[in-house]
Design a protein around this ligand. Structure first.
Ligand code: SME
Length: 162
């Protein structure tokens, strides 16, 4: 007997979304809320080795809150450059199983083997993105992508405003 298998999001994703909503609601300002969000994601998902939010600033992406073992030198990335810039230009989630095989890759950390970048939209435009580096090859899949797209919707109201 065959029947369609309902694809279920891991319970951890639902739990994390609830926690993120609570942390964002409790924070005293948008910058603190975004900082708490990256910390929750990093704490809850061990394969999210380095995790940062880039916000769109004119023609560039500018690094906002991040958490991980070390700082990146790529604190400002032109839209269109790197995997981050590609995702911002296209509005598409990028899941890169092997960063060394992708000519667009802008190297940050020697330990990075795979990467996922998920755009953050507001009013129909890309206003930022979530960038996660993994130290295992193929660390991210479509399940991470769908989860992080839900996270991105929670982060959109936290973008810096002029
Ligand atoms: N690897 C990214 C640059 C950002 S660092 O990973 C933090 C890219 O290719 O755009």
């Amino acid at each position: 007997m065959s029947h369609p298998v309902a694809e279920e999001a891991p319970a951890a994703h639902g739990d994390a979304l609830n926690l993120l909503r609570a942390e964002i609601a409790e924070a005293s300002d948008p910058a603190e809320a975004a900082q708490r969000a990256v910390e929750v994601l990093h704490d809850r998902f061990p394969h999210y080795d380095w995790l940062g939010i880039y916000w769109v600033d004119g023609a560039d992406l500018v690094l906002g809150p991040w958490v991980g073992p070390e700082a990146t030198e790529h604190t400002r990335i032109p839209i269109g450059t790197g995997i981050c810039g590609a995702a911002a230009a296209s509005g598409q989630t990028e899941i890169i199983a092997d960063v060394d095989a992708d000519p667009r890759y802008l190297a940050c950390f020697a330990s990075t083997k795979s990467e996922i970048v998920v755009p953050i939209f507001a009013d129909g435009s890309v206003v930022g993105e979530i960038d996660i580096d993994g130290s295992d090859a193929n660390a991210f899949d479509e399940t991470d992508g769908r989860f992080l797209e839900e996270v991105a919707a929670l982060l959109a109201p936290l973008r810096p405003r002029a």
